[in-house]
Design a protein around this ligand. Structure first.
Ligand code: KIV
Length: 271
């Protein structure tokens, strides 16, 4: 039975309790007020204001170009819509990799100006000092390991990560370090399902997967992908819950046709 389904406000503490109780955590990305309102009212546990906004909202090829101010704009729109979900905001590329002081001031800016509840950062041991400094300021941090899109030019491709033993062992060490530092959860992206399950058993904080199988504590998808808005993106891990590309195309074409034919507006649709 899902005890935490009815909590009024989801906190990092709720997520920890859900892991202990064996209740799966649901997370979706959100970037704007109208969509976030529907996602929150549907009962989602976590809304991630992902830097995937760079792709799906701004049309960039990678997540690298999005700025701190642009993330704050998206996050503040989401926060205004949300009553229940925990809102986690991605720290964008370039806002935390320099040094821990810069990382802390970026995290503080996000919290102050967006009203978000937590930040997410990509990386393991190499950014642990920054994570610790942010945590010291009382800002909850979600980690992100496996395929980390901000490092796409290092990886070269978006293929599954940590298939080899050496990288898998490094990922386990990174997950342990994030837990020990005090992260409240970790996203694991595009890694083998058995490795993700092992990590979820080894660490006591919630593991949220995307393309990481069903042996973890929760799942996250990019909302535009699961709604089928982008019909050119169909990786194996993605379940499309609708085909909004086709449905929106039909609606737009019907509107255009009605305007052109003079059918819209009719008598009831005017003053
Ligand atoms: O930015 C994003 O949407 C993400 C998810 C894919 C986890 O980081």
């Amino acid at each position: 039975m899902s005890v935490h389904k009815n909590v009024k406000k989801v906190t990092t503490h709720t997520l920890q309790e859900m892991k202990v109780a064996g209740e799966k955590i649901s997370m979706l990305t959100g970037y704007d007020f109208s969509m976030a309102r529907i996602i929150d009212q549907a009962g989602i546990d976590v809304i991630l204001v992902g830097d995937s906004a760079s792709n799906v909202m701004a049309g960039h090829e990678t997540t690298l170009p999005i700025t701190l101010d642009q993330m704050i704009y998206h996050a503040s729109s989401v926060v205004r819509a949300v009553n229940r979900a925990l809102v986690v905001v991605d720290m964008p590329f370039g806002s935390y990799q320099g040094n821990s002081k810069e990382a802390l001031s970026s995290a503080i800016k996000i919290m102050k100006e967006s009203g978000g509840h937590a930040v997410k950062m990509e990386g393991g041991i190499e950014i642990i000092e920054s994570i610790k400094r942010i945590l010291t300021a009382g800002i909850p941090v979600m980690g992100h390991l496996g395929l980390t899109p901000q490092s796409i030019y290092k990886f070269g491709t978006y293929v599954v990560r940590a298939k080899e033993e050496e990288e898998a062992n490094r990922l386990i060490q990174d997950a342990k370090a994030l837990e020990e530092a005090g992260c409240f959860a970790i996203v694991l992206e595009k890694i083998p399902a058995d490795l993700a399950e092992r990590v979820a058993q080894i660490v006591s904080i919630p593991i949220i997967g995307i393309g990481a199988g069903n042996g973890v504590d929760g799942q996250v998808l990019v909302v535009h992908d699961m709604l089928g808005i982008n019909n050119e993106f169909s990786p194996r891990f993605l379940r499309k819950y609708d085909n909004l590309y086709d449905r929106m195309m039909n609606a737009f074409q019907s509107y255009i046709s009605d305007v052109r034919s003079g059918d819209f507006p009719n008598e009831k649709e005017q003053y």
